[in-house]
Design a protein around this ligand. Sequence first.
Ligand code: BGC
Length: 818
Amino acid sequence: MSDRIEQLADRMTLQEQVAILSGEDFWSVPAIPRLGIGKLRVTDGPNGARGGGSLIGGIKSASFPVGIALSASWNVGLVQEIGAALADEVKSKGAHMLLAPTVNIHRSVSNGRNFECYSEDPILTAEMAVAYILGLQGQGIGAAVKHFAGNESEIERTTISSEIDERTLREVYLIPFEWAVKKARTWGVMNSYNKLNGIFTSEHNWLLTKLLRQEWGYDGIVMSDWFGSHSTAGTVNAGLDLEMPGPTRDRGQKLIEAVNSGAVSEAILRQRVVAMLRLMERVGSLDDNRPFVEAANDRPEHRALIRRAGAEAAVLLKNNGVLPLRGDGTIAVIGPNAKTAQIMGGGSAQLNPHYRISPWDGLLDALGEDQLRYGMGCTNHRFEPLLHGKFAVDYFANDSLSGEPVFTTTQEEAQAFWVGSVAEGKVDPSHFSARFTGSFTPEASGEYRVGIYAAGFGKVFVDGRLLADAWTNWVKGRTFFEEGCDEVVGTIPLEAGRSYEIAIEFATKPYSNLGISAFACGIGLPLGDDAIVEAVRLARNADTAIVFVGRNGEWDTEGSDLSSITLPGRQDELVAAIAQANPNTVVVLQTGGPVEMAWLGSVAAVLEAWYPGQEAGNAIADVLTGEAEPSGRLPQTFPVRWSDNPAHSQDREVYPGLDGKVRYEEGVFVGYRHYDKTGTAPLFPFGFGLGYTEFELSELHVDDSEFEANGSVMVSLTVANIGARDGAAVVQLYVSDDQASDPRPAKELKAFRKVQVTAGEARQITMTLDARAFAFYREKARHWLVESGSFTLRLGLSSADLKLTAKLQRNTTLMLPV
Ligand code: BGC
């Protein structure tokens, strides 16, 4: 530790020490001007740097591919580059730390936040996290790897207890954090909201102190997730350095009293203070006394990187030869995601992007307009489409819209997410009401649907008539981070061209866990059968049909899990109808995880493009036209049906949870480990993806001369591109313990390499494995064990295509103490 930090800690008064252990506002830790300590600023995270504003409509930022897309690239070099680019973005927002990466595991296919996480596999996740953190911190920006630990679902996320045995924790859920600490030297860890085996992670001494610090040697900070601290002495003593956000709920004066009463010792307090100062020194905020400025830098090099990464992330799941597009003939561009760019998921990861390129825009740019025809076919929204217009907004300093407004403003959208000061400080953020008034003029006549959902109470009136009431019988639902109600919808016949008066009333609710006040109001005219009929007509008359379907950030979002993995709305019906009309039907999926594909057998090609950031349409067009190679591979198994997934159970305690508990009963058998164990054939296996060329692996050579002594092995092999195009192979190395004394997965990914090979050429690659690659955790002994006996190495191009194998033999058991 630097002398400076020691000296600063010595010079700080108790008040000053306590001050830097909690936030000042939503995104910062206070400065201590007396000692020249600057303010530390943080920003979400992970697919961009949103900056200090609200979740909605803040300053513009570059939108990068989401976590699952990054891991689908299997390219650690690329992810490191993205980490470095994100550091630029964080700096442009005047911040010092990015609240990222998210490394929770895809335990269930339905987790609303899977899009933000990397994979069902701990090693793939860990490799991605390490690359991302090295990229970020290499530019002086701190990472806050999250959410530590056991946050694999969004159901009751602030209270649920994840029941996970120690072996499963160590072999699966903790690995990405362990690597982030040991291999990337992360400067920050964010704890999760949930409890782990009955104890809030923010108060979990074993997790935050024994394991993280004493065992792994961590010297960075642990911060709470937002409002995820629940105590004063409990969190401080357990190892939580920073309570976020501010102003504090649990610290400040309460912590001073806890120190004075001896509930928190001065030694512990000092450890927390020193950790915070060390972070401030690392990220440069200690000496950062510049005025706070946020800039929106739309940089050409970021555009290019995002486009390249988006294309590299795309996974070609099926191709009967229709792709790449030949560049002639007409193309029917169909589907709800064709003209709407789905670039990111929802929740704290969302940001206001510089721009959004839709697939339609991308194809237009690549192919020109003459070839293209467009039909939407159907919709895929979860909520009624947001109402836009000019709204006059009146704020009241009470929760009943009574008396004179104390503040008046205007707004362009019928939604709000209030953070920090509201109505320029004229109302108490936890106790106010607001009326939005504007108008709506429909383009077509019909029976419209008007919806509202709110964290708080909300009502919508059309021409004075109450249409949707999310107030009178408000029920907690799955919106706004679990703080809002589900959407309440009313219907009304409206005439084209007539102007209708819209009034929306909002009031805060007395108590909410996270203190969120927000609402969104939408209006939509359901598309009828005609839209599908029209899309089919276009498809029939075109040479190729491309159907852009999937989900969006309303579905793939923090704060709610999916209740099904079939495509929402009438999209399955649309795909099936288009496939029947045109044998050259290409389906482009954009989702944050698997979907069931009843129509798979009848389409010519399927491309999974995820949420690839602001360049979405360009990246997708690059792959479709063959400008770029689809070199993504699945980071998550795509099951035939949801019920095949490991967390799917008749027992509600296994998923979604029961009586405040969610039990990880499948243990270490997560993802492909489960499909292997149960002999369930997936729709598409983990690690799978096609390209426009083909590869052959050969000449496997295993150097096991050190295996007996220290458990390490070196593997080399040749990767030949036997096709006609340049491309990238993802070589995957799995380990099987042939005679384990405890049940172990049939195989586990332990290393991989993405390698570019020119058409007709071959390259030799090497991969190394250490003892941990062969070990499992023996809970009773508190040891990692590499048992004697035989092991099999399996190498190939997906978890279901492992043609090269080699046997290894050990005569002794190796114990690796924790
Ligand atoms: C999320 C975190 C995020 C934080 C701040 C929480 O709701 O779980 O991932 O960084 O909010 O926005």
